[in-house]
Write a protein that binds this ligand. Structure first.
Ligand code: NAD
Ligand code: ZN
Length: 365
């Protein structure tokens, strides 16, 4: 099967996203970077160690003078100050220099942490994203947001740092638990909901093949998602405007994740799935979106196997509203929402009457 290449055009920081099956086995020529004579630092987690080893072997065969793998514990707790410090000290201990290349092999946790470590060690060393979850292949590896969590919340410390290239090998998804595949799918269908009605229509027919990892549907869905994200990031790299549309469903979603305690009881993609339904519901109640579109959104997500309402999460309307006010997107003037005029027509607004938001939240708890 062909390898698809999506270009993220950010001028002198432009980079390619390679999407295909089995491309980790043939890395040469895909890194946008000559490895020969360089020191290569691979950051990964224990669930994806075999892929990191494959990358390490490839780097050696391409003439790297040093390759090392740093293995973190899987899970969100590795996006921490402690892990960042450990990674920094490991790299410095192995004589990293500005000529080196850092490679993130794993899901969004590894990509976010490694990207931030790469931005900050020696004031910046180039890095490559090798995403191994569906979510990271369609979302977190593209666009340059990197960072860690703090006790005050998720992703509160970080920076924008674009990779030199992204290599998404769909073969790696074969070992990904089904629940994680579905969570990644939520971010795929998000691109349809926010700005591409035709893509959503295509997913209504092909979504099941995507989540069952049929190679050609999967590559097409990842490619379309990356193109959508690239287009938005090119227009607004630092989220001054249109990039915020990528947060469709995330204001409600983050509040639900916070209530669930940011753990495996509710995965990010699951929270986004519910949050998108709530955003469509809010838009419908405000008379902006046809009821038929809300019904279609619900039907599709539940057909695929994603949750459309929270289950077993103990929280209150006040707690949810409080949490939404503290969202990073919130401004001094209040909560920001991504609403829709229908499938494929999202927009950003700050004028949402709080009583309607409360009514929606109350209905879902
Ligand atoms: N930077 C961004 O723009 C951006 C966007 C969205 C999400 N994120 C961040 O991404 C993180 C979530 O990413 P994620 O969903 O990829 O989570 P993750 O990195 O925690 O991966 C999920 C789980 O799957 C395992 N795993 C990864 N690849 C595997 C494979 N191929 N086979 C078997 N197991 C595998 C991991 O070890 C982990 O246990 C969050 O921290 C979120 O904040 C960042
Ligand atoms: Zn998300």
């Amino acid at each position: 099967m062909d390898v698809k290449i999506v270009d993220v055009d950010l001028g002198d920081r432009r980079y390619p996203i390679h999407i295909g099956a089995g491309i980790l086995a043939a890395l040469e020529g895909r890194l946008n970077y000559a490895i020969k004579g360089r020191r290569v630092f691979i950051i990964t987690d224990s669930n994806v160690m075999p892929y990191a080893q494959r990358v390490s072997e490839a780097a050696q065969s391409m003439g790297a003078v040093f390759t090392g793998i740093y293995e973190l514990a899987p899970g969100e707790q590795s996006k921490s100050y402690e892990a960042l410090r450990a990674v920094h000290e490991w790299m410095l201990g192995h004589a990293i220099n500005r000529n080196a290349l850092i490679m993130a092999v794993g899901g969004g946790v590894i990509g976010d942490l490694a990207g931030f470590a790469a931005a900050t060690v020696l004031r910046g060393v180039p890095f490559v994203q090798i995403p191994t979850t569906l979510l990271s292949q369609v979302d977190s590896s593209v666009g340059g947001k990197t960072g860690i969590n703090t006790p005050q919340g998720k992703n509160l410390v970080g920076c924008f740092n674009q990779p030199v290239s992204v290599i998404a090998d769909i073969e790696t998804l074969k070992t990904l638990p089904k629940r994680q595949v579905l969570a990644g799918y939520a971010e795929i269908v998000k691109y349809g909901f926010l700005g591409d009605y035709n893509f959503f229509e295509w997913l209504e027919t092909n979504g099941r093949s995507v989540v069952s990892l049929d190679p050609s549907s999967l590559v097409q869905a990842i490619e379309t998602s990356c193109r959508a994200k690239a287009r938005i990031v090119q227009a607004d790299e630092r989220e001054g405007g249109v990039r915020a549309l990528l947060n469709l469903g995330h204001t409600f979603g983050h509040a639900l994740e916070a209530a669930a305690g940011f753990n495996d009881t509710l995965l990010h993609g699951e929270a986004v799935s519910i949050g998108m339904v709530m955003a469509f519901d809010l838009s419908t109640r405000m008379g902006l979106c046809p009821q038929a579109d809300l019904d279609r959104v619900r039907r599709h997500l539940s057909d695929i196997g994603l949750p459309i309402r929270p289950q077993g999460i103990k929280t209150t309307v006040d707690e949810m509203i409080d949490s939404m006010r503290r969202d990073k997107k919130a401004t001094d003037s209040g909560m920001t929402f991504i609403l829709v005029k229908g499938i494929g027509q999202a927009f950003l607004t700050q004028s949402v009457p709080e009583d309607i938001v409360r009514a929606v939240v109350a209905d879902y708890l």
